[in-house]
Design a protein around this ligand. Structure first.
Ligand SMILES: NC(=O)c1ccc[n+]([C@@H]2O[C@H](COP(=O)([O-])OP(=O)(O)OC[C@H]3O[C@@H](n4cnc5c(N)ncnc54)[C@H](O)[C@@H]3O)[C@@H](O)[C@H]2O)c1
Length: 407
């Protein structure tokens, strides 16, 4: 039996996938509310195919509980934020979960940490917890790190098709865990050591953050001297060895805006490009706010209350608002004491998640003269004609209407 600890964006789909592929699974989360929802028959967030996968896992016998189970394999999938001051990984959730595992586990169990962690976290924080509970790692208990790569919005496809990495102290244990993931994963599963697995996951997200920062910096340079960044990137990308990403309003979510800071925190003297890239991405919402003010001046819009941000989530077609650029932008403008910008998101028409949020799209459009496209949800991609007559700032270069402003 596998006990999946932490049933959030990563733990829940993983547990459901394993259960519906023939493994005996119990999902544990310390949130009573979350477990009650799952036991009452509803999933806890929106993701294509999740409802069907949930039904299939329930038919296969998955159980949800707040209790840790006595079993031979644990998959720990709890949050790993970063400490805002030191920038280092905050391993406290992982440590707390492993402590709870220690209270119930039996000899021979495998503890798989699936949460994203910086290189050395298992050595520094997890091994001591296990050893202080009297277990000899490698004999009484085994440790594995199996980071996850799936992207919200396409999670279930990616769970099946992505390649994976498994880091273990011994090849034999790594193989055992590989076989569990291979029950549903059709991608290549590489088995390596724990520290390499820790580092690869953080490096992958850092690669993406640095490349996004490069595109964002180009947007600022081009704006400064009135050049068309999109045309420039389009032409550059015709070079056979150049592939520049598109600029945007900032970076959110739980991976690209968080994980690279772990390297900055652990290697402050060495991670210079990474540190500057993270600062560039983190200040992109301020850059968008300056651009909003500039366009307001040009268009004679004097009240920022007549400006609306479209999209609150951190990326398109998901309901996840963690570290969202829109929320960052609203936070910054609060300090400027201007009247608050209105905002709307088609994923939150029944629930208020941001100050000055309008729940109805028509009311949102009626209440603003200028719309800022912060998120390219499918909803707006099918509704451009509704924006006719508005001043538009398109942060993603996706709006086909005429006279649209860009960042
Ligand atoms: N969300 C993503 O897109 C993504 C992608 C790849 C990797 N990751 C990594 O996966 C890990 C989990 O992220 P997430 O997005 O699923 O987080 P989440 O916040 O959605 O879910 C974490 C869950 O763990 C539960 N929890 C916390 N401590 C617990 C404990 N001690 N015992 C039992 N339950 C506990 C919480 O109640 C919550 O339901 C993080 O390390 C993250 O960096 C996330």
């Amino acid at each position: 039996m596998i006990n999946v600890i932490g049933l959030g964006y990563i733990g829940l789909p993983t547990a459901l996938m394993m259960a519906s592929h023939g493994l005996e699974v119990v999902g544990t989360d310390y949130s009573n509310e979350l477990v009650a929802m799952l036991n009452a028959g509803s999933t806890t967030f929106k993701e294509e195919g999740l409802v069907e996968l949930y039904a299939s896992a329930v038919r296969a016998g998955i159980k949800f509980t707040t209790e840790y189970q006595k079993t031979d394999m644990y998959i720990v999938s709890v949050p790993t934020p970063y400490d805002k001051f030191s920038k280092k990984v905050d391993a406290s959730y992982v440590v707390a979960a492993v402590r709870e595992v220690m209270k119930v586990c039996q000899k021979g169990s495998v503890v798989v940490v699936e949460s994203t962690i910086s290189p050395g976290t298992i050595d520094k924080y997890v091994r001591p917890v296990i050893e202080s509970n009297g277990f000899k790692i490698g004999e009484d208990l085994h440790l594995v790190h199996a980071p996850e790569r799936i992207i919200p919005g396409n999670m279930l496809y990616e769970l099946v098709h992505n390649n994976r990495t498994i880091g273990a102290d011994s090849r034999e244990v790594g193989e055992r865990v590989r076989q569990c993931y291979a029950s549903f994963c059709q991608g290549e599963i590489v088995v390596t050591d724990i520290r390499t697995a820790e580092m690869t996951k953080v490096v992958e997200n850092t690669f993406r953050a640095v490349n996004i920062a490069f595109a964002n910096e180009l947007a600022r340079i081009c704006r400064h001297d009135n050049m068309d960044v999109y045309e420039i990137i389009r032409i550059c990308n015709k070079h056979p060895r150049v592939n520049i990403l598109q600029p945007g309003p900032g970076v959110g979510g739980h991976c690209i805006s968080v994980d690279p800071w772990f390297l900055v925190g652990d290697y402050p003297q060495l991670a210079n490009v990474i540190s500057e890239s993270m600062k560039t991405n983190d200040t992109q919402p301020s850059f968008v706010l300056e651009r909003i003010h500039e366009i307001m001046r040009q268009q004679g819009i004097t009240d920022s209350n007549r400006v609306g941000l479209y999209g609150i989530t951190y990326k398109e077609n998901v309901d996840d608002i963690r570290e969202s650029p829109t929320l960052q932008l609203l936070g910054i403008q609060e300090h400027h004491l201007a009247s608050p910008l209105k905002n709307f998101d088609p994923f939150f028409t029944n629930k208020v998640v941001a100050p000055n949020q309008i729940l109805d799209f028509d009311q949102f459009l009626d209440s603003v003269d200028m719309v800022v496209i912060m998120v390219k949800h499918n909803h707006i991609m099918k509704n451009w004609s509704r924006l006719k007559g508005k001043v538009i700032l398109d942060c993603h270069n996706v709006c086909p209407l005429e006279n649209v402003y860009h960042i």
